[in-house]
Design a protein around this ligand. Structure first.
Ligand SMILES: *Cc1c(COP(=O)(O)O)cnc(C)c1O
Length: 387
C-alpha cells in the first residue's frame, strides 16, 4: 500500500548544517560558521542549559506540572489568561494546532510569497488549499492591508509574518487591524512573530486583548517561538496566543503533552533570563546594521536577526561562500533565486560573512567580465543585470 496522494505536498527545506556541509566537502567542521537558519549565535540561555541538565533525571514522568507552569509564565508575560496560551512543539507545532482548530476540507489559507513554507504545508496536511499574496521585491517587501486584501477571497486563515522571513519587513498594527476588520467573521488572521523580539514593534497581542487604543478582537492569533531570540531551536518550543473565546479548543486539538518536560523546563528558565535575550537582540541589531553598510550589494532593511541580500545568482554565491566556510541560506526555495539570507552572527562571524560575501561577489564579477572578453561591458555587470 501507499500513503495518501502527497503529490501536492513539498518537503521542508531547512538551512544546511555544519556537520552536513563539512562531510560533503570532506573538511573539518571547525572551518565553518553557520548563518543559514536564524539561530542564536550566543547559544541557549545559560540558565536554560542548566535547567535542561537538572530536568534530565525527571524525564520518566509526563510533563504535567512543567507544562502548566510554563503556560502560566507565558500568560503572565503577556497578561492574558492561561487558556489563551497554546504551547506546542515549536512555532510550527502551533501552526498545526491552528490548522486543526480551523480548517475544514477545501478551506483555503492565504500566505505571503516569498514566505515561510510551513504555513502551506500545514494547511495541506489538514486537507486545505493554499492561496498566495505577493510581497514585492521592488517595493522593499512592504506589507500593507491593501496589498493583502487585494488577494483575499474568503480564506479561512490569513498569515502575516512580522518581521517577515526572509525579507525582514514588518506590518504595522493598524494595518493588521484593517485586515481583520475587512475580512469575513470566520477568517482568522495569524500574525507570526517568530522574530518579534528583534523588532521595534509592539506585539499584535494588543489587538487580541484590546490594548493601546485597539478594540479587542476574536479573529486574530499571534505566534511566538523560543527557537530564535531564546536560542532553544533544538528543544522545539513555541506557542500561539489566541482570543479568550477560543480557549477550550486547545484541549480538543493538541497532541497530549504538546511540549516536553525538557522543553518546558528550558522555556521557564529562558523566560527569566532577560539578560540573554537583551544581549541577543543587541547583537542582532548591530550585526544587521553592519551588514547593510558593508556588503557590496543591496541589503534590505530588516527587523529580524537576518538580512536578505540581492546577489544576482543565489545558488552560485551561496555555494561559493559555503566552500569558503560561511554557510548562508540560498533563497531560491523561497521564490527568490537572486537572493541569499544571512543570519546575524557574533561580531566575528558577521565580519567573516561580510568579508566572504564581498570577496565572492567581486570574484564572480571578475569572472563574468573575463567571460565577456574582459572589456568590462556594463551590460553583464551582475550588479545591474539582476532585477
Ligand atoms: C523559525 C520560524 C518559525 C518557528 O520555528 P520553530 O522552530 O518551529 O519554532 C515560524 N515562523 C517563521 C517565519 C520562522 O522563521
Amino acid at each position: 500500500m501507499q500513503p495518501r496522494d502527497l503529490s501536492d505536498h513539498v518537503a521542508y527545506e531547512a538551512g544546511r548544517g555544519i556537520e552536513e556541509v563539512a562531510r560533503e566537502l570532506d573538511r573539518d567542521p571547525s572551518e565553518f560558521v553557520k548563518l543559514a537558519s536564524n539561530e542564536n549565535p550566543h547559544g541557549p540561555s545559560p540558565a536554560a542549559a542548566v535547567a535542561l541538565r537538572e530536568a534530565a533525571s525527571s524525564v520518566s514522568s509526563y510533563p504535567k506540572a512543567a507544562h502548566a507552569d510554563l503556560t502560566a509564565a507565558v500568560a503572565d508575560r503577556w497578561s492574558v489568561a492561561d487558556e489563551q496560551v497554546w504551547l506546542a512543539n515549536g512555532g510550527d507545532g502551533a501552526i498545526d494546532y491552528l490548522s486543526r482548530a480551523t480548517l475544514e476540507p477545501d478551506d483555503t489559507v492565504l500566505v505571503p510569497t516569498p514566505g515561510f513554507a510551513y504555513y502551506g504545508m500545514s494547511a495541506r496536511f489538514h486537507h486545505g488549499d493554499v492561496r498566495e499574496y505577493a510581497l514585492s521585491k521592488a517595493e522593499e517587501f512592504e506589507q500593507t492591508a491593501a496589498g493583502v486584501l487585494e488577494s483575499y477571497d474568503g480564506d479561512r486563515i490569513v498569515y502575516l509574518t512580522s518581521p517577515h522571513n526572509p525579507s525582514g519587513s514588518t506590518i504595522a498594527l493598524p494595518e493588521i487591524e484593517t485586515i481583520a476588520e475587512e475580512t469575513d467573521d470566520d477568517t482568522l488572521v495569524v500574525v507570526d512573530e517568530a522574530y518579534g523580539e528583534f523588532a521595534d514593534r509592539d506585539s499584535a497581542i494588543a489587538l487580541i486583548e484590546g490594548r493601546d487604543g485597539f478594540d479587542a478582537r476574536d479573529d486574530v492569533a499571534v505566534l511566538r517561538t523560543f527557537s530564535k531570540a531564546y536560542g532553544l531551536a533544538g528543544v522545539r518550543l513555541g506557542y500561539a496566543v489566541v482570543p479568550d473565546s477560543w480557549a477550550d479548543a486547545y484541549a480538543r486539538v493538541n497532541t497530549p503533552f504538546a511540549a516536553s518536560e525538557l522543553a518546558c523546563r528550558a522555556g521557564l528558565a529562558a523566560l527569566d533570563d532577560e539578560e540573554h535575550v537583551e544581549r541577543t537582540v543587541e547583537t542582532a541589531r548591530e550585526s544587521r546594521e553592519y551588514m547593510r553598510e558593508e556588503i557590496d550589494a543591496h541589503v534590505w532593511e530588516s527587523e529580524g536577526n537576518f538580512v536578505l541580500v540581492d546577489v544576482g545568482d543565489a545558488e552560485t554565491v551561496a555555494e561559493t561562500m559555503q566552500r569558503r566556510g560561511v554557510i548562508v541560506r540560498d533563497c531560491t526555495s523561497f521564490g527568490l533565486p537572486g537572493c541569499i539570507r544571512i543570519t546575524c552572527g557574533t561580531d566575528e562571524e558577521t565580519e567573516r560573512a561580510v568579508e566572504t560575501c564581498n570577496e565572492v561577489l567581486a570574484d564572480l564579477e571578475t569572472e563574468t567580465e573575463a567571460d565577456a572578453g574582459g572589456d568590462g561591458d556594463a551590460s553583464i555587470d551582475p550588479e545591474v543585470s539582476d532585477t
